[in-house]
Write a protein that binds this ligand. Structure first.
Ligand SMILES: CCCCCC/C=C/CCCCCCCCCC(=O)SCCNC(=O)CCNC(=O)[C@H](O)C(C)(C)COP(=O)(O)OP(=O)(O)OC[C@H]1O[C@@H](n2cnc3c(N)ncnc32)[C@H](O)[C@@H]1OP(=O)(O)O
Ligand SMILES: CCCCCCCC/C=C\CCCCCCCC(=O)OC[C@@H](O)COP(=O)(O)O
Length: 295
């Protein structure tokens, strides 16, 4: 037997024979088990998907913060443009498609108060899909402590309030009013004050409407269709989906005073609730609207 042939045969046998079929590495086994479990368990699939979203937010924030610091040297609403362009890519990762209507109502010279319904932590994707220039958000102060996400919110100019202290929140909102006018900034507020995945609207808090009247700027209502068809934590549902977004005509506040807050709140609440039911293809309630303000 020719040694070269034997060596070639051994090499050919080694090259022609399949790679050594040793056991899978531990991480291969772990990955396969996770994928199998996720395929079998909706709860695990949901947790993996929403966990990946949180991780993505943390990672993207950590990577975007230095860019904001280098580009704009600190906390400024100009960072929102950078943040917006990053977050807008998330829709492709999670298969979310937006149908937009009424964006021309954002073409307002100067400040305004934008209000929208708030359903989940996914709202950030919808927020950044249509965020106008020079627009900051009002957020609960607990979000400031969410690691890199809190940092990026701070750098983007987000205003943090203590929801549990009306007096503190009111004084912060008063300062916001002054800053809005002096720095020509729009403010985005979620008047429900918390996430609400019911497919309906919670009663509205009044701070947004006080702010608009105190600064005599218009209120621009924005409505996102219900996520319940593709996102429901109670049912461990989180798939791809379509979100209709409708920007309603600005509601003027010139000439209004604090005594008009309840009427302005009701007007916005009713218009947004009707829109929410329409774009979510949910039959409007026979008995008209629910409570518009928190009692
Ligand atoms: C790069 C990758 C990044 C990836 C990560 C994603 C990051 C993106 C970056 C940017 C995104 C940031 C987005 C953050 C979103 C966060 C959303 C939230 O946190 S929602 C929770 C916080 N928001 C709110 O709470 C809504 C605003 N709240 C209010 O307006 C409230 O009114 C208040 C907090 C000011 C007070 O609330 P409360 O006391 O509970 O109830 P009210 O009925 O509203 O008010 C009680 C009485 O006080 C009167 N009032 C209220 N405000 C005022 C005021 N400004 N001036 C005078 N009086 C006021 C009100 O009229 C009531 O009195 P009454 O006699 O009953 O009328
Ligand atoms: C080093 C500390 C690390 C902390 C780890 C944080 C883990 C979560 C990380 C990222 C989550 C992505 C969040 C994106 C922004 C979410 C904004 C939001 O929607 O917050 C909810 C708030 O509107 C209302 O809260 P409640 O409904 O009142 O409750």
């Amino acid at each position: 037997m020719d040694p070269s042939s034997s060596s070639s045969s051994s090499s050919s046998s080694s090259s022609s024979s399949p790679p050594s079929e040793g056991p899978l590495p531990w991480w291969g086994v772990a990955g396969a088990l996770v994928l199998l479990a996720a395929a079998l368990s909706p709860r695990l699939r949901f947790r993996l998907r929403i966990g990946s979203y949180c991780l993505l937010c943390l990672l993207a924030s950590a990577l975007t913060a230095p860019a904001c610091l280098l580009w704009n040297r600190g906390r400024t609403v100009r960072n929102m443009t950078i943040i917006k362009n990053v977050v807008r890519t998330f829709k492709y990762i999670y298969g979310l498609r937006f149908e937009l209507k009424g964006l021309e109502h954002f073409e307002i010279e100067g400040p305004c108060v934008i209000i929208s319904n708030h359903q989940s932590i996914l709202d950030m994707i919808g927020l950044m899909e249509i965020l106008p220039e020079r627009c900051v958000q009002i957020a609960k102060r607990e979000l400031m402590y969410m690691g890199s996400v809190g940092l990026i919110m701070y750098l983007g100019g987000v205003i943090f309030i203590n929801r549990k202290s009306t007096s503190n929140a009111k004084s912060v909102m008063a300062d916001v009013g002054q800053a809005m006018m002096s720095e020509n900034v729009k403010v985005w507020i979620y008047p429900e004050g918390t996430r609400n995945g019911s497919g309906d609207l919670l009663p509205f808090k009044k701070g947004a409407f006080h702010l608009a009247i105190q600064t005599q700027v218009p209120v621009v209502p924005v409505v996102y269709s219900s996520f319940t068809s593709f996102y429901n934590p109670k049912k461990h549902l989180f798939t791809s989906g379509k979100i209709r977004v409708e920007v309603l005509p600005p509601v003027p506040t010139e000439g209004l005073t604090a005594s008009d807050v309840d009427e302005l709140t009701d007007r916005c609440y009713t218009a947004m609730r009707e829109t929410l039911f329409r774009i979510s293809e949910r039959p409007a309630e026979v008995n008209g609207g629910g409570p518009s303000v928190s009692h």
